[in-house]
Design a protein around this ligand. Sequence first.
Ligand SMILES: Cc1ncc(COP(=O)(O)O)c(C=O)c1O
Length: 434
Amino acid sequence: MSRDTKITLPESEIPTHFYNIAPDLTTPLAPPIHPATREPLGPEALAPIFPMSLIEQEMSQAPTVEIPGEVREIYRLYRPTPVYRARAFERLLDTPAHIYYKSEHVSPVGSHKLNTALVQAWANRQEGVKRLATETGAGQWGSALSCACQLMGLECMVYMVRVSYDQKPYRRVMMKTYGADVVASPSTLTAAGRAVLGTHPDSPGSLGIAISEAVEDAAGRDDTKYALGSVLNHVLLHQTIIGQEAKTQMEIAGEYPDIVIGSHGGGSNFAGLTFPFLRDKLKGARKALRAVAVEPSSCPTLTGGRREYDFGDTAGMTPLLMMHTLGHAFVPPAVHAGGLRYHGSAPLVSHLLDAGVIEAEAYGQREVFESAVKFARSEGTIPAPESAHAVHSAIRHALAAREAGERKVILFNLSGHGLFDLSAYDAFLGGSIA
Ligand SMILES: Cc1ncc(COP(=O)(O)O)c(C=O)c1O
């Protein structure tokens, strides 16, 4: 077993392909359906908003998809990201468990979101697109796409959920530094935004509303397409680079995780870390592996939602997806983990939950911040509030291992740092987080 605290890989170990879980599912995924015809959606229906190569990935049954050379070249800026053994954290928790974390927070934009943003910007540019429109919750996805668009020579328009726009001014500045246009959503720029403002002038916004605005923007302009930071199959596919690297790193550590944990907003972060490990479980090799998706109890999509066909956005402009959902009209409370405020869950993650392959947990804000502070005080890195949900779950499992006297191996994804979320930490430290 490796004694290293930081398990790194050379740039030559950046994966060459993404892992597609779709062909490994034991039952087929329910297809997206057209809102008007209620028939399964053909590729042409998505063509106004996505480039064809991403639509192909969305529907692909190929076991792997090659990573474009230019994207791999840019990945070298920050990939492979390290896996850390959280020794001080283990000591603090006095647990026999071995706790590891994959550190996606080291990307230039501070989270895992750049992994897919670069592929999406590249794929759009290949097909002659000049501008991308998107939504952002906490600002993590918006900053990632703004950065990727700049690096790939595209313009970027970001609809940022109002509550985050107000809570996180520096994320806005970051996006503008990368050259993007940023507007608070609901905005007056789109019919969807104006409709919400008409009935709720003080609306805090939601990812669902911001998606409606971005899709409307893209559908209304020839030079623009839409980019989504989570939920869809192709986005989850791109994030599997995380778990593939982590598998190699765990081999170097000489351990295989008993439990893999990721926070869950739309599902791409959780999927990114866990799907390459779940491949082993689906193939029958690691039947006991537990994969845990962690969400806020105020937006309990997986633990409290129903699995049914629902719209991805609030205005009902997107295809219907078979997913765990709280209903597309659900406007979650303004919790600090803005990136976890989404009414739905990726169809792939929802499918695996229903099939009993994965598990879900939900926690309150205050306990999550308590855990985040423990982590920061032992490992040094201040986690993003979203990632702190995974930290909290890791603590619970480490303490359960102590109770049971078992030496479990726990791996979680530190999907982002919280250096733009210090106002949330300030509220927690000041005692004003309920
Ligand atoms: C740092 C961080 N972690 C996790 C998530 C959850 O994302 P996903 O939609 O990939 O589940 C987000 C979403 O914005 C995030 O910013």
